[in-house]
Ligand binder design. Structure first.
Ligand code: ATP
Length: 296
């Protein structure tokens, strides 16, 4: 295991997921290829145990020079708070999230966590403070144990089972022929999409980062699985600063705050009720996505 994991030690926090590109998902491998572009500054320091106070201060960003994507993004998320990013497809929600682990370098402005500019942090340590859950989960063709322990190398079986329980994945393990030793992938069992997601959540419970980025699934799972994942995710976000790219009404309503992203800007921000009363961009979006208020 040591031999297997050593080379990927460094990318542990990134491999869970990867931001989407233009044509759907961007593989994390592609992202890793872009990584050497960004080099730690010589004075970068290691951070740990961040509280998770996040500030985007007048952030501008473009993937290429000719087309600005994010314009003047200013956003604060207090430690422990959950903010839902909503808005039309292509508005920039994923891009906002991918700037936090510094997958890309911003063009101007600043992003700070606990008052420290993320450019002054080593990328390894920054990413150790962030957990990401996306639809597509990276799996190794090894045991269930190793796949969960990937969240924190060297975790004991007890810690792994605790994380599995928190992620509602323990019932899956209980049904597997060899429990934690069960191999997955070509030589072993095939996990369903919902099971993989819970495994990914277990990894993050184990990693225990103060900051969470959730890219909520749009694809339909059966109701039971859906409920288990929702429960696991809300337990996971408890006490962590959470940025969620939200598609479900329940998630949006339960968030402490909603930021409406349109054409690379934040056009509205506030709690659900406040934004509804405002009858502006959020109300329109909500109507279009979830039907008229009267119909609820
Ligand atoms: P969705 O809800 O569809 O996921 P989104 O709000 O998350 O959309 P982004 O994925 O952040 O939007 O995309 C914002 C803009 O940036 C889009 O115009 C998209 O085409 C562009 N874009 C996204 N990723 C890349 C990339 N890797 N290279 C170039 N352009 C990109």
């Amino acid at each position: 295991i040591t031999v297997l994991f050593r080379p990927i030690d460094k990318i542990i926090s990134v491999i869970e997921s990867y931001p989407k590109g233009i044509a759907g998902f961007k593989r994390f491998a592609d992202l890793m290829d872009t990584e050497p572009d960004i080099v730690d500054s010589p004075s970068a320091r290691k951070v740990s145990d961040l509280r998770g106070d996040i500030v985007f201060d007048k952030v501008n960003f473009a993937y290429s020079d000719d087309r600005p994507i994010l314009r003047d993004i200013t956003l604060s998320v207090k430690a422990g708070e959950t903010i839902a990013l909503v808005g039309p497809s292509g508005a920039g929600k994923t891009t906002i999230c991918s700037l936090l682990p510094r997958f890309y370098e911003i063009d101007s402005g600043a992003i700070t966590i606990d008052g420290i500019d993320i450019r002054d942090m080593t990328q390894d340590s920054l990413r150790s403070q962030i957990g990401i859950v996306q639809q597509d989960v990276f799996m190794f063709g090894t045991s269930i144990r190793d796949n969960i322990a990937y969240g924190r190398l060297g975790a004991t079986d007890e810690e792994i089972m605790d994380a599995a329980r928190s992620a509602q994945f323990d019932s899956v393990i209980a049904q597997l022929p060899e429990g934690l030793d069960t191999m997955i992938g070509e030589r072993g069992v095939k996990l369903s999409g919902g099971q993989k997601q819970r495994l990914a959540i277990a990894r993050i419970f184990l990693k225990n980062p103060p900051i969470l980025i959730l890219d909520e699934a749009t694809s339909a799972l059966d109701t039971e699985t859906e409920m288990q994942i929702q429960r696991a995710l809300s337990a996971l976000s408890e006490g962590r600063t959470t940025l969620v790219i939200a598609h479900r009404l329940a998630t949006i309503r339960n968030a402490d705050r909603i930021a409406v992203v349109a054409d690379g800007r934040i056009v509205e921000e506030g709690a659900h009720d406040v934004l509804v009363a405002k009858a502006g961009a959020y109300a329109r979006l909500h109507n279009a996505q979830f039907g008229a208020w009267a119909a609820e």
